[in-house]
Structure formats: C-alpha cells, structure tokens
Design a protein around this ligand. Structure first.
Ligand SMILES: [Zn+2]
Length: 526
C-alpha cells in the first residue's frame, strides 16, 4: 500500500529549515568542503538572504513562516503573551497563540498533502492534511504528533527526541553539547525520513543545531568575533565544523528521500552575529530614569531579575502554591514611565487607562516614546564607549494588522557584539554565549523549477506564499509574495483556507512549567 517517496513523479517542495543559520558561519564551511550538499544547492540553484521579523526572534519568525503574515496579523512576538483570562499574568506562547491560518490550512483546502516536523510554535499539534511532528517546546510525556494514531508507528520506527540542546547547562563540558546536538539531529533525521514516506506536495523539516551551537560557540565560528583567530584552530572548532558536516549529510538524505522531482529550499528563521558584551535591559531603563524599583530588604537581587523572566520563574511556585501568578511586583509602578514588556527587546509605556498602574496620560504617549527612543540610542556603555542599541522601532513602523496592539510600544534591535539578559549589573563582558540573532538569515534553493542565478533578498513571510504558488494556489491575502525563482510562473487558483483548529492558547500549569524550564535552558528567560 505505502508508496515509497522516491517513486513519486509529482513535483514536490521540500523546505529544510536550519534555525539560526547564517552565511558568515556556512561560507567558510562550504569553502573547506564540510558542506558539499549545501554547496551544490547554491551552485546549481541560487543563494540569497532571508529577512527575519523584527525582533529576529524564533517564535515570531517561525510564526511568519507558517502564516506568510507579519506579527501584527499572527500575533506572536515573544516566548510569552498576556493571559487573556488574567491580563497581569504571562503564559508561554503555543500553537494556539497563532491567530491566522497557516499555509498548511490553505494546502489542505486545496486537497494537497503536507508533512511538517519540528517547526517551533507547533505544539500542541494541530490537524493538517498529512502528518505533523511538533517543534519545541514539548512537555515531557505529551502527545506531539498528528494524526495521534501515527505516534505509535513513529515511536516504533524512529523515535523523535523532543527539546534538548539546552546549551546554558554545558559551559563546563562544551564537547558534550556538540555531541548531544549531533546525536539529536541524527535521530530527528530518521523521524523526518519516516514522516516523508507516502504522497505529499510540500514538506518542512527543521533542524535546530545551528542556533543551539552558535549561541555558545560563535567565537569559534564567526570571523568577526575578536577571539575567532585564536580559537578556529582548536579541536573544539574542528568538532563544530564536523557537526555542521553531519547536518549537511542529513540534508542530502532528506533531498534524496523526497524523490527526483523535488525543489529544495534551505532557509533560516534568522541569522547570527558575534557577541562579546551583554546589557541588562531592565537596569538600562532604570539607569535612563524611565523605570523605578521598590526599595527594601532583599529587594536588590529581585530588582535585577525582574520582568517577564521573573514572572515566568514564578509560574512554578505559583502553580505549586495554587496561587495566581502575577506580573513582577518589584517595579514601582507609581514612578515608572516605561518598562520592559518583551523578553529583552520590547519596551512599553506605563500608559494610564491601559496598564493596571498606568501613570502616563495618553496625550504624552508619543512624546514619551520619542524620549525613550532618543535616550536608548544615545546611551553609551561606560566601559567600552559603544552603544548597545542599534535601532529602536515604534510598533506601527513594524507591524500592520489586528494584533499590532499586542506588540510592545517600542522594539529594540541590539547592536553588533551585544546581547541582553536580565541579570548582573548594567553591562558585562561575556564568552558564553558568544553569539546572538540578527535579521539576515539564509535562503538557498535548487532543483525542480528553480532558476540558476542571482536572487534578491526575500522576507521570511515569502516562503509560505512560495509554497502556495508552487502548488498553483493564489497567495492573495498574505503579506508574503511568492519567490518567482522557486515557484515559477504558474496560474494560481483561489482557495479559502480551512479554519485553523489549533485550540486555545492556554496550556495546563505543568505544561507551562516544563516549557519555561526548556526556555531557561536555552538562555531565553531567566
Ligand atoms: Zn536562538
């Protein structure tokens, strides 16, 4: 009964997502022969850049990938969002948080079979016409496969390892992290291969290895890191290059499993850059005079650990104590003009009538935002004289759509060599991590209808539009535009996407706890 995929004569689109992949890391590896498959794709097809969302945050970016829309329409900006039932509480983002249909819904409406595995923000699993393996973060023991009946077969043939690669725990044993990343990606590739059997038109498989290794190891991988010259010749650097080599080998296997008539896209949700210093966004807002903290015994540590991460770390305690979880209480709201409202990148005005303890009158909103923007941009680090802030955007500059009001009032892009965390003093030097996200990710494609040549930079929302156009479906209504060098110039028909059946955003308390635990392991929350 089961047709093997290599028999398929129908045209297929295989999208391989490498979370965090960046040409600055990959180019030297291709040049030195570690990545022959990617090298061949770029030589026979094309290579370009793919612009991430701002912030270049995996949850926002993969949601734009899935929907072909900007965050103002799909509503995902961060790891957490406001609990609709209790506005002062923050809950982890889940697939139910995505407020618009995905390209999978449109393909289903057109009768097309799909496969999708390990895309972040797809837990809990939701119905697709085909098969789905959820991506991070998956609570232990939870069902993460659609259709649920397929889970037994997947488990028997190629068990899918959930989560993992929590790099923050490996500072003293870096070689073990590389080994774990390689082992997980090898196992996941077996799961992907099992999933790719049967008939399908579009498949997506995501590997997380680049992001998980580049956060800690960019100083071994990115030339612009000041330590790169010293470290590139080490044994650890060589084992990193080999890990990327294994990823390239997995790409070759996925491609050949997809059959002869396959168009392959390799893309990332954001790029990567070197980091040598870290700023504490909360402490910065206090330093600039916009945020005020309550004083008192034992408050000092809490002060420096406030906001979302702090609120999250309380979910566990709150849950155990069967108490409601509240937003951090250490901020003195009666003297706070603006506060950190997104994990490390978002600032919101403490607006009267909108925030529970709002003090800024609505008429001052625009002026205050400009003051905050100016102050952030003109701030200089005392030790290095450099500016941690590259750009500050108002939300209307970045987003359009009914969920724009869910965004922070201002969105910060951090500068070259800087990342952020809500711990420590105002700023500090760091070696671990030594890399962080940047907007410019990778896009390469080859095979099928792909043209050979140079292609302009595209937006991550364009990939969903491309998948639809590839199948002859009109992408009208999306923000993304089809990439003609991949989709070709076929006539397109209109379909109404099946209404997403992704359930409500709220997860159970235990699920929330384990998701937060994983995010902490990835260094995203404190
Ligand atoms: Zn990352």
């Amino acid at each position: 009964m089961r047709s093997t995929s290599s028999d398929s004569k129908a045209e297929r689109l295989l999208i391989v997502g490498w979370d965090g992949a960046d040409w600055d890391v990959l180019d030297p590896l291709m040049r030195d022969g570690y990545m022959p498959t990617l090298d061949e794709i770029t030589r026979t097809g094309f290579r370009s850049e793919l612009a991430s969302t701002i912030p270049s945050h995996s949850w926002a970016a993969w949601s734009s990938f899935l929907t072909g829309m900007n965050p103002g329409r799909h509503g995902v900006y961060d790891f957490v969002e406001v609990d609709p039932k209790e506005p002062q509480r923050r809950i982890p983002i889940s697939s139910g948080s995505i407020k618009s249909p995905t390209f999978l819904d449109s393909l289903a409406a057109a009768g097309r079979e799909t496969r999708i595995a390990n895309v972040p923000v797809t837990y809990p699993p939701f119905p697709v016409r085909g098969r789905l393996i959820s991506g991070i973060a998956i609570p232990p023991g939870a069902g993460f496969v659609y259709p649920p009946e397929w889970a037994t077969e997947l488990d028997r043939r190629a068990p899918f390892p959930t989560n993992g690669m929590e790099w923050t725990a490996f500072e003293e044993r870096p070689a073990e992290l590389i080994a774990e990343a390689e082992a997980i990606e090898a196992q996941r590739t077996e799961s992907f291969l099992a999933m790719l059997e049967g008939d399908w038109s579009v498949a997506t498989c995501v590997n997380l290895l680049p992001d998980r290794l580049q956060h800690p190891f960019s100083r071994y991988l990115i030339k612009s890191h000041p330590q790169y010259q010293r470290l590139a010749g080490t044994e650890l650097a060589e084992s990193l290059r080999k890990a990327y080599g294994s990823l390239d080998h997995h790409l070759a296997r996925l491609r050949s499993a997809a059959g002869r008539n396959v168009t392959t896209i390799v893309m990332s949700d954001h790029g990567f850059r070197a980091v040598t210093r870290r700023v504490n966004p909360n402490a910065l807002l206090v330093e600039l005079g916009f945020q005020s903290m309550l004083r008192g015994a034992g408050m000092k540590t809490a002060l420096l650990k406030s906001t979302v991460g702090r609120a999250l770390s309380r979910t566990r305690m709150g849950h155990l104590a069967k108490r409601k979880v509240r937003a951090p209480s250490v901020i003195d709201w009666s003297r706070t003009v603006a506060y950190q409202s997104g994990t490390g990148f978002g600032v919101s005005v403490n607006l009267s009538g909108r925030e529970p303890g709002g003090i800024v009158p609505r008429r001052d909103y625009d002026r205050i935002r400009e003051e905050i923007r100016d102050a952030l941009l003109s701030y200089r680090d005392r030790e290095t004289g450099t500016s941690p802030v590259r750009a500050v955007w108002s939300r209307e500059e970045l987003y359009q759509g009914p969920s724009t009001h869910l965004a922070p009032d201002l969105v910060i892009e951090w500068n070259e060599l800087w990342d952020y965390k809500d711990v420590g003093g105002l700023s500090m030097r760091v070696d671990w991590p030594s890399g962080d996200h940047r907007r410019e990710g990778i896009l390469a494609a080859a095979g099928g209808r792909t043209v050979h040549g140079s292609v302009e930079m595209h937006d991550i929302a364009d990939v969903a539009a491309t998948a639809l156009a590839f199948c002859g479906i009109s992408p009208s209504g999306l923000d993304g535009r089809p990439i003609p060098e991949i989709a070709g110039d076929t006539g397109t028909v209109q379909v109404i996407p099946h209404a997403p059946a992704r359930g409500s955003a709220a997860l159970g308390g235990d699920d929330e706890d384990s998701i937060v635990e994983h995010l902490r392991g990835l260094g995203y929350v404190e």
